[in-house]
Design a protein around this ligand. Structure first.
Ligand code: C2E
Ligand code: MG
Ligand code: MG
Length: 918
């Protein structure tokens, strides 16, 4: 094909395009190649001739045709193309990239185009891009923060981690000044390091603390020709771990340094590599001096024998007691604990050294104190015992051996329960602390079988858990004190004479009996009063009276059973109490008691029958309380006595009435004298031979305003018991003397008055003076007064009474014994007194009534009295027979209703006149 003809203007262009290295072509308006230079042929693989006339479109890569169309349109519109990269297809089919520049010449109606082959350049460019992408990926994936700055501190690159580290998104900030992007870096050591690395051109590593993210970082700076590359590596976790190790090491070091014992560590050659503070202080070396010393330098001898080293290597440890040497050459006793350990493949020996100086001193002192304690324990008079927790005796002292009568060997190993009757465990157990038990009374068993009372002080030693470890006891002998206490107790609760319980103990025992009395059973309380005790006492004296009481006590004991109560209330009053089924049982007991008392007792060589009256009260039948029981039994006893003695009576409510009546009588009697309720009646006494009146007996009469007429038999006894008899008796004496004096004066004849005097009156010291005064006051001649005394009044206190009677006799007063025959009726004792008259009691006379044998008795009696110069008066003569009998028996005088009843003074005066006249 032929190339189109070129306009002349294009000829110049063409003339030199052949010389160009670039591709140069000229195209017509339809895009056909008008002309192509040699380079175009080289680049596209065609010869220039092959190219001429070809549409350029055929040379282009099919994918670029659309682009060519737009480009052509642009060119034709006058818009030139500049360096446009398009793919072309070489003749051999290879694709090449050409960078195209073209221009449309409207005048020539041609397109001038040139192009460079950029295929190689483009490949290099793609490779660079890919390598950059790989680099980025790598920098992002390294896990560390990485950034680079130029010499002007502008960020040239930063990975995401770096952004996170600085706290900003770095990518958009590339090109900005580092300190502008991360102002927190300003002034930090980090920045200082960058500066140094930049200046010196040397890379550097350092660790720094990054405040904003609270992390430790390892920073690596690499200077580059452009500036600086920086890596941040987070080492916080590592540092924390290291820190922990460091701290634990420090702790260990502290422990090592501050340990209470000396610690020395030596290496395999037994050279000391470490010694703690205590070791330095103990041995006198500084730590530096210790290092390198041989362990044998501080040992008295070489402790680390090969045998020991072998066993240490076998894993054993050693505990030795040995002397250790100080720097100054002195040594001290020590306990050494040696062990071996390995570290980093090396073996080490560790010795923990405990200074025993103080402990040995303490032990020595303890031994000394124990010795002293031993000495004290051996010498103390108090018994000492040490026992184990289960009560086995571990130690005793000589005093305890003496107390118990056992040898030391016999005591060791015994139990406290064997040693004591009742070991006061309770006292010790009550003290849960270690507080001692003080002053507990305990009883030791003596080897010979007796009991030794001791005052026990004890303490228990406990372990920290509170379990008893041992028991210690000290005790002193209180047998004497106990005996004294028992004696006192006995005295306080027992009657000294008979040894029987006294009232206090009786009350206690009976109360217990009542409290414990089973339902359906009864308790009998018996009050027992001896009928003849007073007489025995009076006639034989107290000593024999006491003997009688003791004998009675013994007999009561024999009758009663062990569980019963026997007590003495005082005088001749006894009480017995017994639990029983009922009244029948009580009757049996009472009968036995009376039988026992009925047996004669030999007192002072004389046989006496004590006899007794028993009052019985039954619980709960008669009384529900102890007080009432006693009261009612007492009342019953009076009942028994009144009923005629030597018998028992059960309590009856009526007895209380009698007692109440008695009480009423006493209340009325008290003011009777002041109210002038008394008067005297007189009963004449007649000479049996002449039948003349020789005397009168003054007999008291009481006209009570409250009770009416009360006979002396009813109230004299009460007056005596209450002591009222003293003022009453004084009144009687004066009244009798006064009235008799009047009588004598009025009738002009001598008459003797007999005045009854009770034992109580006679017993008062001023009685003789009273008589003297009465005689003096009334002017009655002393021989006109006769004093009547009962036997019992006489024998109360024989020497004193005898003296008093002598005094009365000295005054001229006559003495008579009244109611003879009701008491002892012994004549022998009468010799002791200077008595004038014996008045035979009515009962004494009556028992002889009409019986021959009795007559002989009376006759003999009267004879005996006459022999003693006593005149005999018979009382209570009511019949002529008795009168005859008495006359036959040679009786001296008589007194009785047969002759005259007791009568008031006026009646007596009238009677006297009548009698004298008749
Ligand atoms: P006594 O001294 O033995 O007095 C005699 C008692 O016998 C009197 O009783 C009298 O009345 C009573 N009596 C006299 N003749 C007969 C008789 O034929 N048959 C009977 N059955 N009895 C007769 P009375 O006055 O009741 O006195 C009783 C007792 O009281 C006295 O006994 C005397 O012991 C005492 N007594 C009386 N007056 C006093 C007094 O002033 N002082 C003291 N201490 N005792 C007195
Ligand atoms: Mg009389
Ligand atoms: Mg009489």
């Amino acid at each position: 094909m032929n190339a189109p003809a070129l306009p002349a203007s294009a000829a110049d262009y063409i003339a030199h395009i052949d010389l160009a290295f670039e591709l140069m072509v000229v195209l017509d308006a339809s895009g056909r190649i008008v002309r192509a230079n040699a380079a175009a042929g080289d680049i596209l693989g065609y010869s220039p001739v092959e190219l001429a006339g070809r549409p350029v479109r055929e040379l282009l890569h099919p994918d670029e045709r659309a682009a060519l169309d737009t480009l052509t349109a642009d060119l034709l519109a006058g818009r030139p193309c500049h360096e446009r990269e398009l793919r072309w297809r070489r003749k051999d089919g290879a694709t090449i990239y050409l960078s195209l520049s073209a221009r449309w010449s409207a005048r020539a109606r041609l397109v001038y185009a040139s192009a460079r082959d950029v295929t190689t350049h483009r490949a290099a460019r793609d490779e660079l891009r890919r390598s950059r992408e790989r680099m980025n990926d790598m920098l992002e994936s390294i896990g560390d923060a990485f950034f680079a700055i130029d010499r002007d501190w502008r960020i040239t690159y930063a990975n995401r981690k770096a952004g996170a580290f600085i706290g900003v998104d770095v990518a958009p900030n590339v090109g900005r000044h580092l300190l502008e992007v991360a102002p927190a870096l300003e002034g930090t050591a980090i920045v200082e390091h960058y500066r140094r690395a930049l200046a010196s051109g040397e890379s550097g590593f350092f660790e720094a603390y990054w405040q904003p993210s609270a992390t430790w970082v390892e920073v690596r700076c690499y200077p580059t020709p452009d500036g600086l590359s920086v890596y941040f590596h987070d080492v916080t976790a590592k540092r924390v771990a290291l820190d922990a190790v460091r701290k634990s090491e420090q702790r260990f070091r502290n422990l090592f340094q501050e340990a209470g014992d000396s610690i020395v560590i030596a290496d395999a050659d037994l050279r000391i590599i470490a010694a703690n503070g205590r070791a330095c202080a103990r041995f006198g070396y500084t730590e530096d001096e210790f290092i390198g010393m041989s362990v044998s330098d501080i040992d008295g001898h070489h402790a680390y024998t090969s045998g020991m080293l072998d066993s240490l290597r076998a894993g054993q440890t050693h505990l030795l007691r040995m002397a250790k040497r100080r720097k100054d050459g002195t040594s001290f006793p020590a306990e050494v604990h040696i062990s071996r350990f390995e570290d980093g493949g090396q073996e080490y020996f560790q010795a923990i050294i405990r200074d025993l100086t103080e402990r040995e001193e303490a032990e020595r002192q303890l031994r000394a104190s124990e010795r002293r304690f031993r000495e004290v324990i051996e010498m103390t008079p108090a018994g000492y015992v040490l026992a184990s927790a289960d009560g086995r005796v571990l130690d005793v002292n000589p005093a305890l051996c003496a107390l118990s009568g056992h040898t030391r060997t016999a005591l060791l190993g015994r139990t406290l329960d064997e040693l004591f009757v009742a070991f006061p465990w309770h006292g010790l157990a009550a003290h849960d602390a270690d507080a001692p038990v003080q002053g507990v009374e305990a009883v030791l068993r003596h080897a010979q079988g007796g009991a030794v009372h001791v005052l026990f002080n004890g303490s228990v030693r406990r372990d920290p858990c509170g379990n008893v470890e041992s028991v210690t006891g000290l005790m002193s002998d209180i047998t004497d004190r106990k005996q004294a206490e028992r004696r006192l107790q006995q005295l306080a609760t027992h009657d000294t004479l008979t040894g029987l319980p006294n009232r206090a103990l009786l009350q206690e025992r009976v109360q217990r009996m009542l409290d414990e009395c089973p339902h359906g059973r009864a308790v009998a309380v018996m009050f027992l009063d001896l009928d003849r005790f007073k007489e025995v006492n009076d006639s034989f004296g107290h000593e024999l009276g006491d003997a009688l009481l003791c004998e009675v006590a013994a007999r009561l004991r024999k009758v009663m059973r062990p569980g019963d109560v026997i007590a003495r209330l005082g005088g001749d009053e006894f009480v017995v109490a017994a639990e029983c089924a009922g009244a029948q049982d009580a009757e049996v007991i009472a009968a036995k008691l009376l039988d026992a008392l009925a047996l004669p007792v030999l007192v002072g060589g004389q046989e006496v029958t004590a006899g007794g009256s028993i009052g019985i009260s039954m619980f709960p039948h008669d009384a529900g309380t102890r007080e009432l029981l006693f009261q009612t039994a007492d009342t019953a006893m009076y009942g028994a006595k009144r009923a005629g003695r030597n018998r028992y009576r059960f309590f009856e409510p009526a007895m209380t009435l009698a007692a109440q009546a008695r009480m009423a009588l006493e209340m009325a009697l008290r003011p009777a004298l002041a109210r002038a309720e008394f008067e005297l009646h007189y009963q004449p006494r007649i000479d049996l031979r002449t039948m003349n009146v020789v005397g009168i007996e003054a007999l008291i009469r009481w006209n009570s305003a409250d009770l009416g007429r009360v006979s002396p038999g009813e109230f004299i006894a009460i007056a005596e018991e209450t002591g009222l008899i003293l003022p009453i008796g004084r009144w009687v004496l004066n009244e009798a003397c006064r009235q008799t004096r009047g009588l004598i004066d009025r009738h002009g004849r001598t008459i003797r008055v007999s005045v009854n005097v009770s034992a109580r009156q006679l017993a008062q010291p001023g009685f003789v003076d009273e008589v003297r005064a009465a005689l003096a006051d009334t002017g009655l001649p002393a021989d006109c007064l006769e004093v009547e005394l009962t036997e019992s009044a006489l024998i109360e206190d024989i020497p004193r009474t005898a003296a008093m009677l002598d005094e009365l006799r000295a005054l001229g007063v006559k003495l008579a014994v009244d109611d003879f025959g009701t008491g002892y009726s012994g004549l022998a004792y009468l010799r002791r007194f200077h008595i004038d008259v014996l008045k035979l009691d009515r009962s004494f006379v009556l028992q002889a009534d009409g019986r021959i044998s009795a007559f002989d008795f009376i006759k003999a009696f009267v004879d005996m009295a006459h022999a003693l110069k006593l005149s005999v008066v018979a009382e209570g003569v009511e019949t002529a027979e008795v009168l005859d009998f008495l006359r036959a028996a040679d009786c001296d005088e008589v007194q009785g209703y047969l002759m005259a009843r007791p009568m008031p003074l006026e009646a007596l005066e009238a009677w006297l006149v009548a009698a004298t006249e008749g």
